[in-house]
Design a protein around this ligand. Structure first.
Ligand code: 5GP
Length: 171
């Protein structure tokens, strides 16, 4: 597989710093619980949280919708439980990419069912898709509808360690 560079390291870094500033200002003193969505968001989360001006509690949740394909299965499966009680708390979801929006919708519904007080969503990449109809409060970049890898995002569990976002090109 060939990978074409799409968003480089420096561009990502600068955008992450600005996102963290925006989030820090918006939350002020009301430190939310950060919920990072595994596996794809682990790199973005690690960079973003270190630039925040507050000290959030951080939890992880693993959900799956793609399997080893490049097309969403249309079904979201939750693989783990939370380890922090979100009842009555503000929660900020950190996700790698919003594609169809199914995962975000699933997670916001799940957090509501657990009694979260408020839920906001931060994604690094927001794919341009019509009628996505989900709430996204913060995003790093809007991208075309194509399959990307790197900076946490995989294809068949590979390429997560690329420092940039790339497009997978079948040879
Ligand atoms: P959605 O539920 O919004 O359709 O998809 C969300 C999940 O699908 C993301 O968390 C991510 O794991 C995966 N996904 C969606 N688009 C891409 C993509 O372009 N590349 C990769 N590697 N994963 C994607």
């Amino acid at each position: 597989m060939k990978i074409r560079k799409y968003i480089d390291e420096k561009t990502i870094e600068e955008r992450v710093v600005r996102l963290a500033e925006e989030i820090s200002v918006d939350y002020g003193d009301s430190e939310p619980i950060i919920l990072s969505v595994l596996k794809g968001a682990f790199v973005f989360t690690a960079d973003l949280i270190r630039k925040l001006k507050f000290m959030p509690k951080i939890d992880f949740i693993r959900v799956e919708s793609y399997g080893s394909s490049t097309v969403s299965s249309g079904k979201v499966e939750r693989k783990t439980n939370l380890t922090i009680d979100v009842k009555g708390k503000d929660v900020l979801i950190i996700e790698d990419i919003a594609d169809t929006g199914l995962t975000i919708r699933y997670l916001t519904d799940y957090l509501k069912s657990l009694g979260a007080r408020s839920i906001k969503v931060c994604v690094l990449l927001n794919k341009k898709i019509e009628n996505k109809n989900i709430q996204i409060d913060y995003y790093g970049f809007e991208i075309e509808n194509q399959f990307v890898v790197g900076y946490g995002l995989d294809f068949d569990q590979k390429y997560r360690n690329l420092p940039y976002i790339g497009i997978l090109e079948k040879e």
